[in-house]
Design a protein around this ligand. Structure first.
Ligand code: FAD
Length: 498
């Protein structure tokens, strides 16, 4: 059985997690990735100050990665230097106020008290506790399970009926729940922003997403050398287990015989045969027929639409002056609702929230004023809605004229002469991740039942499995990694190798 070959299409974190698990059990794994590097959305771009993380920057739930390494008889600390962030994030508002959050409840109580008074601290205490309860309730039956299990959720929920009732039924929309909870609207804005971590609008996402705060408060880690070290080291462990990686190889077709998978066809026409194929691209690509008409029905459209948010992402080096930044900085607007109204009309928000990741330089991860540092700025955007490419120069100019004057007005001068290469647009994301429409987190999290609607790793076609941010349990490094583990477990169980 160990001679059976498993083909993995795509080398994102989901594909890599599966490759590590399968190869550690002696399965013959071959990976085909259209880009020249591992990691997919965990990508880096060049700059005079060194490689900049241009994808994810916030690593949470690090135990998901640690357990994966342990499964492969490796210790994550032998491969990656994980540094816990002292300050989770620094938040700035237009009125000049700012608030730091930490992974310590007591510290957060103190800073919120100084920021907004005793009443706000009490409101935070209530929210923090509800967020923790929700995460505990959802973790085992939903997040860690290959298939969401509603019954255990409800049984365990009996003892926390009030929290579940408030988050599932009473206030269905995240922003509304937080607006009721906090008398200071800056705090409703801050804690509802977590909906964007999974590609949702705070004004349309279900209240259940308030559990993301608990994930964040449990700890945020930085990787020495950058997030792009994660896929590199996962690749090397899978290679040690015998996995073969083929870069610059786009898969054009998944081959089917007698309603079962029998292999793949590469862009150059070469065919490679296998009874098990794991697809780590966006599941929408299957439904659109980008992997051939025979696998169009592999996943139901209801499970992949509507689409989550896209983004405009700046990556550049610059010498900042003005504010003292930490690694994760958020610059809020004064009309939060308007930002998401613009997005729902497919417009670039005129006054967006700006997430600024300050990555320092190779010598000094602590960014200092007037020293060359690396930056990533993320602006929420709508996925693309038209089949034709927008004019990049126009988009660049508009985005530049929004982003940098806004930061300057809030006290941060990046002293930079931006050029179009520094900006990745939703259209460019749609090209990087075929079938995605530029949407970066799979199916939209909007709607109370969205958690239960994502595709599971087994597709409708025998031998075709799926893993990644578009598959249950969802987007984000730990979740996509979890889906890769689930897919590998299913394959190992079919091969009788568990
Ligand atoms: C700007 C940005 C910021 C983010 N911030 C965070 C964050 O701070 N924290 C966090 O946890 N998450 C964050 N995320 C989300 C996180 O990066 C993703 O959820 C996760 O990395 C997705 O992994 P995946 O397994 O779905 O694979 P992907 O990263 O989507 O990779 C899929 C791979 O498949 C390849 N592929 C697709 N089709 C084919 C084909 N036909 N042939 C060959 N190869 C193919 C693609 O080239 C790609 O390399 C962010 C994402 C982005 C874009």
């Amino acid at each position: 059985m160990k001679d059976k070959k498993v083909i993995i299409i795509g080398c994102g974190i989901g594909g890599l997690a599966a490759a590590m698990k399968l190869s550690s059990r002696g399965v013959n794994v071959e990976i085909f990735e259209k880009q020249a590097y591992p990691g997919g959305k965990i990508r880096a771009t060049n700059s005079p100050a060194g490689l900049i993380d241009s994808g994810p920057t916030v690593l949470t739930m690090y135990e998901v990665l640690r357990e994966l390494f342990e499964y492969c008889n490796e210790q994550i600390d032998d491969h990656l230097e994980l540094v816990p962030e002292k300050t989770i994030a620094r938040h700035w508002w237009r009125d000049g106020s700012s608030l730091d959050l930490f992974s310590s409840f007591e510290k957060n109580m103190d800073t919120i008290k100084s920021f907004s008074g005793t009443n706000s601290a009490k409101e935070f205490e209530k929210f923090n506790s509800a967020s923790e309860t929700l995460f505990t309730l959802f973790k085992k039956p939903i997040i860690c399970s290959p298939k969401p299990k509603v019954l255990p959720l409800l049984i365990n929920g009996i003892t926390n009926a009030r929290v579940l009732y408030e988050a599932l039924l009473k206030e269905r929309i995240l922003y509304d729940l937080l607006d009721k909870n906090f008398s200071d609207s800056r705090l409703s804005q801050l804690f509802s922003r977590y909906a964007t971590y999974v590609g949702g609008s705070p004004f349309m996402s279900p209240s259940i997403l308030s559990l993301i705060w608990n994930v964040e408060s449990e700890g945020v880690w930085r990787i020495k050398g950058g997030m792009h070290q994660i896929p590199k080291c996962m690749e090397s462990i899978a290679k040690r287990g015998g996995a073969v990686f083929n870069y610059g190889n786009s898969v054009d077709e998944i081959l089917i015989r007698n309603n079962k998978v029998c292999g793949i066809k590469l862009e150059n026409g070469e065919e490679i045969f296998s009874e098990v194929v794991l697809f780590n691209g966006d599941p929408m690509a299957l439904a659109l027929g980008l992997l051939g008409n025979q696998v169009k029905h592999a996943v139901s459209k209801k499970r992949i639409e509507p689409r989550s948010l896209s983004a405009y992402v700046w990556s550049f080096s610059a010498k900042p002056v003005g504010l003292e930044l930490v690694h994760h900085n958020v610059f809020f607007n004064s009309n939060y609702k308007k930002e998401f109204e613009d997005i729902s009309k497919n417009l670039m928000p005129t006054d967006p929230t700006l997430y600024v990741c300050s990555q320092g330089n190779n010598k000094d991860p602590t960014p200092r004023s007037n020293n060359l540092g690396r930056f990533e700025i993320i602006i929420n955007a709508a996925p693309i809605s038209t089949p034709t490419s927008p004019n990049k120069d126009e988009e660049f100019l508009r985005c530049k004229n929004i982003t940098f004057p806004l930061l300057e007005s809030m006290g941060l001068n990046l002293q930079l002469n931006p050029n179009p290469k520094m900006l990745t647009t939703p259209w460019e994301f749609s090209k990087l991740f075929p079938g995605s429409s530029g949407s970066l987190y799979g199916r939209s999290p909007h709607g109370i039942t969205s958690t239960f609607k994502r595709p599971l790793c087994q597709s409708r076609i025998k031998g075709l499995l799926m893993a990644g941010g578009g598959i249950h349990p969802g987007a984000g490094i730990p979740m996509a990694c979890q889906s890769g583990k689930h897919a590998a477990e299913m394959i190992l169980s079919d091969l009788d190798l568990t």
